[in-house]
Write a protein that binds this ligand. Structure first.
Ligand SMILES: [Zn+2]
Length: 101
């Protein structure tokens, strides 16, 4: 998976299409990610004490990495990530500006 924690990503389809957010967690086994402010779902939280009201909180849910595009930290454009191997080291690069990201 080319997207890592801390990356800026842009959603390319679905309800959040066009929105950007920072990746908070990645789940490579499921090819899913969680990003700040994206794919927010409402969740009812039961009251902790009797007589108090339950709360409605919004939490970021994991979504498929296939609807997210990496935003290059160098050129600021959504781009695909590529890899370059040099001296047995693997670098992730932006396919647009070719800089290491
Ligand atoms: Zn770039």
């Amino acid at each position: 998976m080319k997207i890592r924690k801390g990356d800026q990503i842009k959603i390319i389809s679905g309800n959040d299409k066009g929105k950007q957010g920072k990746v908070l967690a990645v789940f490579p086994d499921e090819s899913r990610i969680v990003a700040e402010g994206l794919n927010m779902k409402k969740k009812h939280v039961r009251p902790k004490q009797q007589g108090k009201k339950g709360e409605l909180v919004r939490i970021a849910m994991p979504f498929s990495v296939s609807i997210a595009m990496l935003v290059c930290s160098k050129c600021g454009k959504p781009s695909r990530a590529g890899f370059r191997v040099e001296q047995n080291k693997k670098y992730r690069i932006c396919v647009r500006c070719k800089s290491e990201i």
